[in-house]
Design a protein. Structure first.
Length: 81
């Protein structure tokens, strides 16, 4: 789904009410902005945590380097997901 969101000269943008409701942001809340090669991705805190857990799980199952340095090195090559 693609939705046009306007940004004010002050840099503010508003998410439509129906989107906020679907994402559980009806009372406000934080979203995380990730700049990717394809554009910008917004995630709720719960979505960001779930994504981080999925990435960490791949490391644990694969027997790879589960150190912070290993995670960050892999994350740099895994930015398209």
């Amino acid at each position: 789904m693609t939705i046009q969101v306007n940004i004010t000269p002050q840099g503010r943008m508003s998410l439509p009410a129906d989107v906020r409701k679907r994402l559980g942001l009806t009372d406000g809340g934080a979203v995380f902005l990730e700049e990717t090669a394809d554009g910008v991705v917004l995630r709720t805190a719960a979505q960001a945590v779930a994504r981080a857990q999925a990435i960490a799980k791949r490391f644990a199952e694969g027997g790879g380097d589960v150190s912070v340095e290993g995670f960050l090195a892999h994350r740099k090559t895994d930015g398209d997901e």
